[in-house]
Design a protein around this ligand. Structure first.
Ligand SMILES: Cc1cc2nc3c(=O)[nH]c(=O)nc-3n(C[C@H](O)[C@H](O)[C@H](O)COP(=O)(O)OP(=O)(O)OC[C@H]3O[C@@H](n4cnc5c(N)ncnc54)[C@H](O)[C@@H]3O)c2cc1C
Length: 375
């Protein structure tokens, strides 16, 4: 196969590179981060048997995954805003076992499985344009590279997406504010809420989501319906802790002091995560030599824990199609047909789930669902 450029070294792009490599096909991955340590990778992810785990196995990384995975991460406690326990569920209550892995470990595992030099760090893609029958990838430092097949794995603000659709992700009306309790005291209130898994607390249209990471730290998300704030894009680091604490204290005024006190344990700066979604039903225009995987294709709210899983499955299905069809465009068309059909109900379900997590009537509908093993 001719030159393949993957744009973005997130889980979807790296899995695509790994699968191609296993079939003896070289590619280059262009990533804007300066190196693998350039930013924290966030909390833990759970992988589904038929999606994320299937891909990791196809990548030949099942053993490494076992080493890092934590089945106990699936225990979840549900509370009201006063800290009263409403429900506790375990993995056995679910239809599907979904072991957890820290995002950092997942990325490292995939990175380490690639030949040295595959990922070109510090390469921010500024533009992708047609030059004859090839693609020219312009980098923000003024350099460029050319490729025959471009796989856009460049996440929510993809520069590749406009080659297949003019639709951009829409704000869902919900924002997460994320922080980390790096070294929680074993006897702290936050530790008692999460145990070794997750603790979720709810009020009308508000929720606290706490999650234990593999290194013992606790990821804290406060989530609320609010207007989009044009000053704060996805991933904005909130450097003024006093200001944001005052804002959160005001919003959480009718939560119990113990619940509000969880915020006092967060040492790292908070990060602003407005949530965006692509339409469930997408029709892409005709295109040649380019496709999208992961969030670039179908970003959606994180509540049902499917973003990474679907990105990994995209990589697997794209690789499968490329190995089956001698013609690259036929392979891409087969992959996209299946991927877009798969994502339509999933985006719909995730949006419905978001409406249960952030519900004007509080958590009852979500508890009913959790009690029957749904999520
Ligand atoms: C707060 C939060 C919690 C989440 N929790 C979960 C969860 O529990 N389970 C789950 O399955 N999913 C979760 N998700 C979703 C999940 O993180 C994403 O679906 C997943 O990371 C998508 O992988 P990706 O490889 O498509 O994109 P990304 O992980 O976004 O990777 C894209 C890569 O492209 C690079 N890039 C972007 N633009 C450029 C450019 N112009 N040039 C070069 N490189 C570029 C980025 O630096 C990045 O490395 C969560 C998301 C959020 C926001």
């Amino acid at each position: 196969m001719s030159d393949i450029a993957i744009l973005g070294a997130g889980p979807a792009g790296l899995a695509a590179a790994r699968l191609l490599h296993l079939r003896g096909i070289d590619c280059a991955v262009y990533e804007r981060d300066a190196d693998r340590h350039a930013r924290t990778q966030g909390g833990s992810l759970d992988l589904g048997t038929e999606s994320g785990l299937r891909t990791i196995t196809a990548c030949g990384l099942a053993e490494q995954f076992e080493r890092y995975a934590r089945p106990q991460g699936q225990h979840t406690n549900y509370f009201d805003r006063h800290g009263t326990l409403l429900l506790a569920t375990d993995a056995e209550d679910d239809d599907e076992a979904r072991p957890e892995i820290d995002r950092l470990e997942l990325r490292s595992m995939l990175l380490d499985s690639l030949p040295a030099g595959t990922v070109r760090w510090g390469c921010e893609v500024a533009d992708v344009s047609r030059i004859g029958d090839r693609w020219r990838i312009a980098l923000s430092d003024g350099e460029h590279v050319d490729a025959d097949l471009v796989i856009g794995a460049d996440g929510i603000n993809s520069r590749t997406r406009r080659l297949v659709t003019d639709v951009v992700p829409a704000y869902t009306g919900v924002t997460l504010i994320a922080g980390v309790i790096a070294e929680p005291r074993p006897d702290s209130y936050a530790a008692s809420l999460v145990g070794e898994g997750a603790g979720l607390a709810f009020a009308a249209d508000q929720a606290f989501l706490l999650q234990r990471n593999g290194d013992g730290s606790i990821q804290v998300y406060y989530t609320q319906r609010r207007a989009e704030d044009p000053r704060r894009a996805v991933g904005t680091v909130l450097h003024d802790p006093a200001f944001i604490r005052a804002e959160l204290d005001r919003e959480l005024a009718d939560w119990s002091p113990r619940m509000r006190g969880v915020l006092d344990e967060v040492e790292a700066p908070f990060v602003w995560w407005p949530l965006y979604v692509m339409p469930a039903r997408q029709t892409w225009r005709e295109h040649s030599g380019v496709t999208l995987v992961g969030d670039a294709a179908h970003v959606m709210p994180p509540y049902s824990g499917q973003g990474v899983n679907m990105g990994l499955l995209d990589a697997l299905e794209l690789d499968g199609a490329l190995s089956e069809h001698p013609d690259v465009d036929a392979a891409v068309a087969a992959y996209e047909k299946s991927m877009l059909a798969r994502m339509e109900p999933m985006i719909g379900a995730t949006t419905a789930y978001e409406n249960l997590v952030l519900n004007p009537d509080g958590p009852q509908a979500l508890l009913d669902l959790a009690q029957t093993g749904g999520r």
